[in-house]
Write a protein that binds this ligand. Sequence first.
Ligand code: URA
Length: 209
Amino acid sequence: MASTVTVLDDPVAGVQLAALRDERTTPEHFRHHARRLGSMLALRAVADLPAERGTVRTPLGDAPAIGPGRTIVAVPVLRAGLGLLGGVHDVLPTALVGMIGLERDAETFQARRYYFKVPPLDGAWVLVLEPMLATGGSAADAVQALDAEGAEQVTVLSVVGTQQGIDRVTSQNPGVRVVIGAIDPQLDDNRYIVPGLGDFGDRLFGTPH
Ligand code: URA
C-alpha cells in the first residue's frame, strides 16, 4: 500500500494553526488550540475507517446506524503528543491509548525510546500523535514499533512538519499515512522547524526553553 500525505489547508484548521504559531499565545490558549486541531486531524485520519453497520430504533421505526469497524488506538509521543490527545478523544471517545516516550540526544539528535506501552494492536487503526515532524526520526521509530505490533493502519497526526521529515517517515514505513497542518520550508541548526511554532512541549506546558 502506498503512503499518503494529507495537508489540512482549509481556513478552519488554519485559524487553529495560526494561533499555535503566534508567539503571544499563552500555554492556556495553546492547549485549547492544540486540542481543537487534534480533533480536526483525527477526523481527517479516520474519514475512510471501515464501518460496522447496524440499526437503531427511532420513535418512528428502524434506521440504519454505522459506527467504527476497527479498534482505534491513539499513541501520543511524549510529551508534546499529549497536547493532541484530548481533541482526539473529543471526536473518537472510544479510542484506546498507548504511550511512547522518545528522547532526542542533544548532540546526535538521534531518538532514543525510553518508554513503550500500548494495548493489543492486532488489526487496529493507530493514530500516532507527533505534533512536530522535524527530522521525522521520532515518528519513523514510533511507526516502526507500532507496525511490528500488528497494526492494520498507522497514521501520523502532526501540526507542522518539513518535507524532509515526511519523506523520512514514509520512506522507512511504506503504507504509513500522514495527516498534517502545514509543511514548513526548513530546519535550523538545532533541528527546529522554521518558521514552525517553537518547542511544542514547552509552549504546551509553559516550561522555559
Ligand atoms: N520539536 C518542536 O517542538 N519544535 C520543532 O520545531 C521541532 C521539534
